[in-house]
Design a binder for this molecule. Structure first.
Ligand SMILES: Cc1ncc(COP(=O)(O)O)c(C=O)c1O
Length: 405
């Protein structure tokens, strides 16, 4: 027994080829800087610093039961009903059968990919895009075909014909993130209509990631895919309370569709993972039935709009940057006057210090599928308070001046 040779175990090819998070891969450099006592301002990730609403936390704190049990696979009835009320307030009329509660928007995204797309299928996504879609695609065995957009054009969608040229026999869905992470774009009615016509004409699902729905700062409001006439059977919405309630750790999202077959299929996926988190649902039900809703969300929006403006003012003072004004979410892509933004981001973490402080940005290239695109770009998240954001722009300005010198 002791001298029996074992064949080495093999990690699956699927696991080995799983994409590394381009946002988190530089974390060891940030950790090293922190170990040296350097203060690092994180504008590389979308983790808000705003307190989760009291009423949400009270729903968790005051939970009073002996057994922390599974909830139903599609979510607790009272929470689903409260969500129907929330969506109605947002102008999206749904029945509770059109909804299921998921473990964050992440699980809703994964379930949407599994449900809408066969293995080997293709999904069209405007690039740059939220990097975790790559993980969902890998898990579902799906290929992402990027729809090119340009920073100089504020990431507007190309014409319908240009998008249609990318559609093949294998294309099963088009995904829009509206408002967009990482660009902050809110798609115009014209763009949304182009997409609606394309998915109708080419028999595609429209997966619409609306987790930043409320974060819209100008006159343009994001149009929900669920409100588009004529595609009721095609639209699948991904949603989450992580950002709008600053409750990323509650792990509560939703998947919604008026297509009964889609909901039946996603429920089976939900059953295989048993249950979405119970505590987060209790917090959400309490919040949505409290008098502070929706004023707390309004307050949150107001704070992000001010943060956006502070960040834009700070960036305006730095020479050589190119960026547009984002309409929504809390992200911004910026072109830097350097050849390779990732090298600059690394250098900021390893070499640059100003009074013992530095800033960490997300290199832009990781948000693109097309090799070489976004090489001079970074993504900034305005999830810090305004004073910290001012300091971030100061650090960026000083960093760039030294780096170029
Ligand atoms: C566009 C987008 N969709 C989905 C998610 C997933 O969020 P969560 O799983 O916390 O709900 C995020 C998180 O950053 C996001 O930016």
């Amino acid at each position: 027994m002791g001298d029996k040779m074992h064949n080495p175990v093999n990690i699956s090819a699927r696991a080995l080829s799983f994409p590394e998070s381009p946002i988190r891969k530089l974390n060891p450099l940030a950790d090293r800087a922190k170990d040296e006592g350097v203060k690092v301002y994180h504008v590389n990730i979308g983790q808000p610093d705003i307190a989760t609403p009291d009423e949400f936390m009270n729903g968790i704190r005051e939970a009073d039961f002996d057994v922390l049990s599974y909830s139903p696979s599609k979510g607790i009835k009272k929470v689903l009903e409260s969500l129907v009320g929330y969506y109605s307030d947002q102008g999206i009329k749904l029945g509770s059968g059109d909804l299921m509660i998921t473990t964050g928007g992440s699980e809703a995204g994964l379930f949407a990919f599994y449900t809408a797309l066969d293995q080997g299928a293709e999904i069209l996504i405007p690039e740059p895009f939220y990097t975790n879609y790559r993980g969902f695609a890998q898990m579902a065995g799906v290929d992402i075909i990027p729809i090119p957009t340009e920073r100089a054009n504020n990431f507007a969608l190309p014409d319908g014909e240009e998008i249609e040229d990318l559609i093949t026999e294998e294309t099963g869905a088009l995904l829009l993130t509206n408002p967009s992470n990482p660009t902050g774009r809110i798609y115009s009615e014209k763009e949304i209509n182009t997409v609606r016509n394309l998915v109708t004409k080419n028999d595609l699902f429209l997966i619409s990631d609306e987790v930043y729905r409320e974060f819209a700062y100008g006159d343009t409001r994001p149009v929900s895919a669920l409100n588009l006439e004529g595609i009721e059977d095609r639209a699948i919405m991904i949603d989450s309370i992580s950002k709008r309630l600053s409750g990323c750790g509650a792990r509560i999202g939703t998947l919604a569709s008026r297509n009964e077959e889609v909901m039946n299929a996603t429920l089976k996926l939900g059953q295989s993972r048993l249950s979405p988190p119970t505590m987060g649902q209790l917090g959400l039900a309490r919040f949505l039935n409290s008098p502070t809703y929706p004023s707390e969300i309004d307050r949150m929006i107001d704070r992000y709009e001010k943060r956006r403006d502070t960040l834009l003012e700070g960036l305006d003072r730095i020479d050589g940057l190119s960026f547009g004004k984002p309409d929504g979410a809390f992200y911004l892509m910026v072109s830097l006057p350097v050849e390779d933004a990732e090298t600059f981001v690394r250098w900021m973490l390893t070499d640059f210090r100003d009074e013992g402080e530095t800033a960490m940005m997300a290199p832009g290239e990781g948000f693109y599928n097309t090799p070489g695109k976004g090489k001079d770009q970074i993504r900034l998240s305005y999830v810090l308070n305004r004073e910290d954001l001012e300091r971030v722009t100061e650090l960026m300005g000083k960093g760039l001046a030294q780096y170029e010198g």
